[in-house]
Design a protein around this ligand. Sequence first.
Ligand code: AQP
Length: 344
Amino acid sequence: MENCILICYYLVINTKLESMKIFSGIRPTGDIHIGNYIGSLKRWVEIQDEEDCIFCVVDWHAITTPYEAKTLQKNIFDLATTYLAAGIDPNKCTYFVQSQVKEHAELAWLLGTTIPVGELQRMTQFKDKSLKHKDNITAGLLNYPILMAADILLYNAEAVPIGKDQKQHLELTRDTAERFNSKYGNTFVIPEPIIPEQGATIMSLSDPEKKMSKSDNGKGSISLFEDPDSIMTKLMSATTDSDKDIRFDAENKKGISNLLTIYSVFSKKSVKDIENEFSGKGYGDFKKATAELLIESLRPIREKKKEYEKNPDYIWSELEKGANKARKIAEETMKKARVNMGLK
Ligand code: AQP
C-alpha cells in the first residue's frame, strides 16, 4: 500500500516536472470556424491534461483590424464561452483575457525597440490584412507580431499550438527572443510551434485556394455554431473539381482534399480509409456525409455553449481568477526583462 502511494506520488510529481509550458490564444473577432478549431482549440483540449497550459482571449489583437466597440465585450464573452464549450477546463489550465494583464503591453513596447521595422513589413499576414483593410493600415496591424511575441515570452512558453498561418509570427517571436537574450542576457525561453499534422490550414469551402477565415463568414466558412441546415447548404455547394474520384491530391484537387481532411479529423478515420469507403460514390454523397458528420460532431459543443451562456457570472469569475494567476507569472518575467534592459 505504502509502495503504491509512493509510486503514485512519484508519478504526479514527475508528470508535473516533465510537463511543457504552453501558451496560445484566439482573437475575439466573431464566431470561430472549424479551421480555428482544428488548427488550435481542438489541440488545446487534447493537451491540457498533460501540459502546463495558458489559454488566452487575445482582445488586444482583435482591435488591430476594424471592429465595433459596442460588440467587443460580447465577442470576448462568446469566445471565452466557446473555449469551455469545446472542452477547456479552467481547473486544468490558466484561462484569461489578454487586456486584463497589462504586462502584455509593457513587454510589447520593450520588444518593439529591438525588432527592425523591415521584419514586420515582411510578415505575410500584415501584407494580406493591409490589402483587405486598405483604409485601416495602422501601426497596431504592423505591430501585431510584437504583441504576439510578448504574449508568448511573458509566460516562458516552450510550445505554442497554432495553425500554419501563424508559423511566420512564431518564427519572429523566436528571433526576437534570441536577439534579446544575446543583447541583454538570458531572459526568455525560445518557443517551438506545435502545428497539427492534419488540418494545419483548413481552406475556404468556396475558394479552396484561400484559408478559411472568420472575417470571410460567407459560404466559405463553417462556424462552430452554424445551424445544421446552413452546414448542409454550405457543404453541398462547396467548390470541388470536374473529376469524379474522391481522392486526396492537395495540388490538383484542393477542394476535395480539404473536405477529406475535415472528414478525417472529425471521424478520426485515415484519409485512405475514407477514400476506400467512398470509392465509386459521387461528390454529392461525400459532401452530404461530411455535412452530416459535422452536424453531429458540432452538436455537443453547440449545446454546451448554450448551457454556459446561462451563467455569465461563472465565466467572468473564472477569467478573473485566471488573470490573477497569469499576472503573477507575467510580473516575474517583466522584472527580469526590465532589469536586464537597464530599467528599474
Ligand atoms: N483556416 C485555418 N486553418 C487552420 N487553423 C487556422 N487558424 C486560423 N485560421 C485557420 C488558427 O486559429 C488560431 C486562431 O486564429 P486567430 O483568430 O487568432 O487569427 P487568424 O489566424 O487571423 O484567424 P482568422 O480565422 O483568419 O480570423 P480573422 O478573419 O479574424 O483574421 C490560430 O492558431 C490560427 O493559426
